[in-house]
Write a protein that binds this ligand. Structure first.
Ligand code: FMN
Length: 330
């Protein structure tokens, strides 16, 4: 049996096989963030035939300050639940499981989109995008954690099979994790344990919202690949803490300003990160980045570099990619 098609037990999530569509922003939501018919049609097309085991819906903002871009999906209030329910249903009818990614853009938010000054761990410009942010107060951090809690509750109410916390690509939780953007001197800044304090509090709040038998994934930017930024050693400590806090699947990416890192190329270009992290955790680890060939995915799994494989742009370009990959392996 092929590795890519082999079932995996991921905490409470029994995946049919190991092929994941990672979150990819479509900019197809209504202006107020509701899942439009265009969003539903897009995921209906991508999930057609049920060849993907898990589809992680694109980053969705948990509150208005955390909105990253126009026509981004929202999970910021209860009116979002009904159209999202239609989205999870269409994916289920096609035979795949689906999770939703929760995000706060932090300093990557822009005033022209949100109408307000961006917030961040510290008043440091985001190298990715955004306006000069102001530092979050302790009370506001508690508010962000509560917004993650409520967003996760809505994801479950909308019929999804899991929820993903976004801490990659230079958004708010990545900003707390990274010394490039976290200059705080309180308990949320300093050593790696302090820089992931907010993550642990978010995980606890999300778990309280969804209960024990609901998978929580965390997308970790596992190295900034920038002098003075996070390193794989930081991420090994963080990953172990996240597993202990109840994360069911670790979804790995890297690079502070996106998922591309100059000089890193090839099928599964973050595999040195997933391989290094797998030594520190027992939960399944997803590897995404540069994978376009089913045989390459098979080899990465066979070599023990990861437990699940994410394929983004190849599926974005060709909705029949998963079918062709699965059939080529049968
Ligand atoms: C158009 C586009 C939108 C993306 N949006 C998100 C997102 O919402 N959340 C996220 O974690 N990653 C996002 N990513 C990164 C992808 O999930 C993935 O990590 C990246 O494309 C590398 O994998 P690939 O080489 O298979 O495409 C996006 C990528 C693209 C191309």
């Amino acid at each position: 049996m092929s590795y890519l098609l082999k079932p995996i037990q991921a905490g409470p999530l029994q995946l049919a096989n190991r092929l994941v569509m990672p979150p990819m922003a479509t900019a197809k939501a209504d202006p107020d963030g509701k899942a439009s018919q265009a969003v539903i049609d897009y995921y209906a097309e991508k999930s057609h035939g049920g060849y993907l085991s898990l589809i992680i819906i694109e980053h969705s903002y948990i509150n208005a300050e955390g909105k990253a871009s126009s026509n981004q999906l929202s999970i910021a209030d209860d009116s979002m639940v009904k159209p999202l329910h239609a989205l999870s249903e269409v994916i289920h009818r096609n035979g795949s499981r689906t999770a939703m990614q929760l995000n706060h853009a932090g300093s990557a938010a822009r005033k022209e989109i949100t109408g307000t000054t961006p917030v961040a761990p510290s008043a440091v410009m985001n190298p990715r995008q955004g306006d000069m942010p102001r530092e979050l107060t302790r009370k506001e951090i508690a508010g962000v954690i509560e917004d993650f809690h409520n967003a996760a509750r809505r994801v479950k109410e909308a019929g999804f099979d899991g929820v993903e916390i976004h801490s990659a690509h230079g958004y708010l939780l990545n900003q707390f994790f990274s010394p490039l953007t976290n200059r705080r001197s309180d308990k949320y800044g300093g050593n790696v344990h302090n820089r992931i304090r907010i993550h642990l509090e978010v995980i606890e709040a999300v778990r309280a919202a969804v209960g024990e038998n609901f998978p929580i994934l965390l997308r970790l930017g596992a190295s900034d690949f920038t002098p003075g930024g996070t390193t794989i050693e930081d991420s090994q400590i963080a990953a172990r803490e996240f597993e202990n806090a109840g994360i069911n699947i670790l979804d790995i990416s890297g690079g502070f300003s996106g998922y591309n890192v100059p000089g890193l190329t090839g099928q599964g270009y973050f595999s040195p990160l997933t391989e290094a992290l797998k030594k520190f955790v027992t939960i399944p680890v997803i590897l995404t980045g540069g994978i376009t060939e089913a045989q390459a995915a098979e080899k990465l799994l066979a070599d023990g570099k990861a437990d699940l494989i994410g394929v983004g742009r190849a599926i974005l370009k060709d909705s029949s990619w998963a079918q062709q990959a699965v059939e080529s392996l049968r």
